[in-house]
Ligand binder design. Structure first.
Ligand SMILES: Cc1cc2nc3c(=O)[nH]c(=O)nc-3n(C[C@H](O)[C@H](O)[C@H](O)COP(=O)(O)O)c2cc1C
Length: 191
């Protein structure tokens, strides 16, 4: 049974606000792929836009440039091994979906692969072509056209991180395969 529910686009930026390491999915015709990315962020609330650094040598970049779309899936602690694995091999030489038994659905607007198992949320993005930033900085921009999240950890536009949903706590790459999880929530009090 899926716990995923549509996230209103006005709340999509909150899924990336805290800088989780993500899985970037891509597809072009019969070709599809997934890689890890630590460098992404929201850049606009409405319409929701995001930026992500995707090296031009990657198979992901080739597919997203060809198709004009990509997906961002936000892995939880349960998917930490998978995240490191798909960030350590290229889809040019291996079908990572087959090798790691990844089940993907098709996003509702663009049909980009989206992964729910082990993930807290996903966003479907249309690539906004910016040839200069893509070429000079490997920085790609996307408009979020659909988003969904596991209601056990994100509902009504808010994260609810607690001890009951530890497998879905987001992961943050420190480098060399070491991650920290986002676990303890803090609320700022007025000063
Ligand atoms: C945790 C982690 C984070 C990464 N972050 C990025 C990133 O932000 N941008 C990037 O271009 N590559 C990043 N990489 C490297 C890519 O995931 C890696 O080059 C991958 O093999 C590319 O796969 P592909 O050729 O199938 O697209 C990261 C790797 C790991 C393990």
């Amino acid at each position: 049974m899926t716990h995923f529910k549509t996230v209103a686009l006005e709340h999509a930026s909150r899924l990336l606000n805290h800088g989780p390491t993500v899985l970037v999915t891509s597809a072009d015709g019969a070709r599809r792929n997934v890689m890890a990315a630590a460098w992404s962020m929201p850049v606009e609330f409405t319409p929701p836009r995001i930026a992500i650094v995707i090296d031009k040598q990657t198979f992901t970049r080739e597919l997203m440039t060809a198709s004009g779309m990509f997906g961002i899936c936000i892995p939880g602690v349960a998917a930490v091994d998978l995240t490191f694995a798909v960030g350590s091999s290229s889809g040019r030489t291996v079908d990572k979906f087959a090798r790691y038994g990844i089940v993907a659905a098709s996003g509702p607007v663009l049909g980009v692969p989206v992964i729910e198992t082990g993930c807290a949320a996903w966003l479907e993005c249309r690539l906004i072509r910016e040839p200069h930033t893509e070429e000079a900085y490997d920085t790609c921009f996307g408009e979020v056209v659909a988003a969904a999240a596991d209601t056990r950890i994100f509902e009504n536009g808010h994260w609810n991180v607690d001890e009951s949903n530890g497998d879905l706590h987001t992961i943050h790459h420190l480098g060399a395969g070491k991650f920290v999880r986002a676990s303890g929530m803090l609320s700022a009090a007025p000063l």
